[in-house]
Structures are given as structure tokens and as C-alpha cells.
Design a protein. Structure first.
Length: 298
């Protein structure tokens, strides 16, 4: 599938773009993957990080693919079936493009990462996606989804089978995470106490710091047993487990994008004991940090 030709053919007349920009710029870096009949893989058609400036608006007719869109800053809007969905900072969109839709910029500049993809599993995934009311979730900057979005481009242009398997695995994993949250949903926001949401924000933004249940108890003035119970109720895991998961996701990004040594990366994400860091990493990703880096698993 030639995503650029498909996109331009599906583009409705009179899109609005800043001077010097072209409609295909919305796609990021376009690819021409070689599909094999009967392949169970998901294929990446295009991906990249884009900084959109006003004006930035267009209508698209149905295309045979899906897209991920992760907003890093600013804000965009998706309109589909007369419903408007806000794409604010840290929002992640999983969208079935086989329907007419429109994108507009809401807050300029709108910086986002986008990935168009398709493949045989999409028909099943889209059936599940159709059961959801809003195709948008909130993800932390160091979450697995955000990290994987940043890593896709690094692997996308290499069409060797081992890399295409890794890309497909990453896309499937992101779909699974997103659909699980969309279909099950977290605890209703209004039922999550403010101090629990503040604790999650603390972990998301300051994961390098040292935390213990005792220090959290002192910080929030609430029993550590209550904090653990309410955090798990809201986010489906105890607070320190969530913290370590966030740290390891950030470490995975550093392993792929930097040349720091394993023990240095462990320290950078707040885990000083290298053996403990390796153990946590292997538990989360199934391989050691070294193997993850060498094999290019994303």
C-alpha cells in the first residue's frame, strides 16, 4: 500500500496548511513495505514527529489503514461522525481510518508523533475499537506507548525480516495496551482522590527520585496502607510497582537512543542496583537490557 498516494487521493478539496507545507507532511516519513500474502504482521506505512502550525486543517475520506497519534504539546482536534475529540498534551489516539474524518489544530504549535499502519489483524482490532466511545487515552511521557512511538521511526526503514517482526510486535503491543484501557477503562476520574492522582503525576514526572512507602505516607499525610490500596484500585497495580514500570519503560527508550552503559541507565532512571535493574527489566520485557539493545526489540 502506497500511503502517500492513498492519502492524497482521500484528501478532500481545500485543505489548510501553512505556507511551504504540503498535505503529505501530515504523514511523516512514508515507507513502502513489502507485504506477503497471508502474513499475520502489522506493517508500518509512515511515521514521524510533526510540529504543526496554524492553519492546519483537512478532511479525509476513508482509507484502508489505522493510525496512532500521540500529542507531545499543543492540542489538535479530531472530528468524526459529528463528534469532536480533543487531542491534548499526552493524549494517545488509536483510530480506524476506514471512515471519513477531519483534523484541525486547536493550540499552535501542535507537536505530535504519528504512525499509519495496516495488516491482517486490523479487521479484528477495529471490531473491538468500534465498541469504544472515545478512541483517546491519556499516557505518561515515560509510558510504554509513548516510548514505543518514539522508537518506531528508528526501526521502520529497515525491511529485514527481524526488524519487521520487531515493528509488528511493537504495534500489536501498543494496540493491546490501548484497547485494554479503552474497553476496560481506569477507575472513574471523579472517584480517584486528588492525592492519588498527585502521586501518579509524581511518579510520571520525577521517576528518578527515591521513594519509599514511609516517605509517601509522610509526604501525603495518609497511611501507606491506604495509599497502596487506593492507588491499586485506581491504576491496577501498587504504587511502587507502577513507579518501577515507568522507570523501566524510560530505560528502554534510553537503551535504544543512547550509548550509555547498562549501569548508567539504571542510575539515570532511579535504580542504582544494577542487578536489580536487570532483573526488573527482564521481568517487564522478557530479555536483559543488553539483549534488548543488541536485538533491537521495540
Amino acid at each position: 500500500m502506497d500511503i502517500k498516494s492513498s492519502f492524497l487521493s482521500a484528501l478532500e478539496p481545500n485543505p489548510r496548511f501553512p505556507c511551504g507545507k504540503k498535505p503529505a507532511d501530515f504523514l511523516g516519513h512514508t515507507l513502502l513495505p513489502e507485504e506477503q500474502a497471508g502474513s499475520p504482521l502489522l506493517y508500518l506505512l509512515s511515521c514521524g514527529e510533526i510540529q504543526a502550525l496554524s492553519p492546519w486543517a483537512f478532511d479525509i475520506c476513508p482509507m484502508d489503514c489505522c493510525l496512532f497519534l500521540y500529542t507531545r504539546s499543543g492540542c489538535g482536534k479530531l472530528t468524526v461522525n459529528s463528534q469532536v475529540h480533543s487531542l491534548a498534551e499526552s493524549s494517545f489516539l488509536f483510530f480506524d481510518c476506514r471512515q471519513r474524518f477531519r483534523f484541525d489544530i486547536a493550540v499552535s504549535p501542535w507537536t505530535y508523533q504519528v504512525a499509519f499502519f495496516h495488516g491482517s489483524p486490523l479487521s479484528y482490532y477495529c471490531k473491538l475499537l468500534s465498541r469504544t466511545e472515545v478512541p483517546v487515552i491519556h499516557v505518561a511521557p515515560a509510558s510504554e506507548i509513548a516510548v514505543n512511538m518514539g522508537l518506531l521511526a528508528a526501526r521502520a526503514a529497515d525491511f529485514r525480516p527481524c526488524h519487521q517482526l520487531a515493528v509488528s510486535d511493537s504495534l500489536n503491543h501498543m494496540v493491546t495496551i490501548c484497547l485494554s484501557e479503552l474497553l476496560n477503562g481506569p477507575a472513574p476520574v471523579l472517584q480517584i482522590p486528588a492525592y492519588i492522582k498527585n502521586m501518579k503525576t509524581l511518579f510520571d514526572e520525577n521517576y528518578k527520585e527515591l521513594y519509599t512507602l514511609d516517605c509517601l505516607e509522610e509526604r501525603f499525610g495518609i497511611s501507606k496502607y491506604r495509599l497502596c490500596r487506593e492507588f491499586k484500585s485506581a491504576y491496577n497495580m501498587p504504587p511502587l510497582q507502577y513507579l518501577n514500570k515507568t522507570r523501566i519503560a524510560r530505560a528502554a527508550c534510553l537503551l535504544q537512543s543512547t550509548g550509555y552503559k547498562i549501569h548508567e541507565i539504571g542510575s539515570m532512571v532511579g535504580i542504582e542496583n544494577t542487578n536489580h535493574f536487570i532483573s526488573l527489566f527482564k521481568k517487564q520485557y522478557g530479555v536483559t537490557p543488553s539483549a534488548y539493545r543488541q536485538r533491537g526489540i521495540i
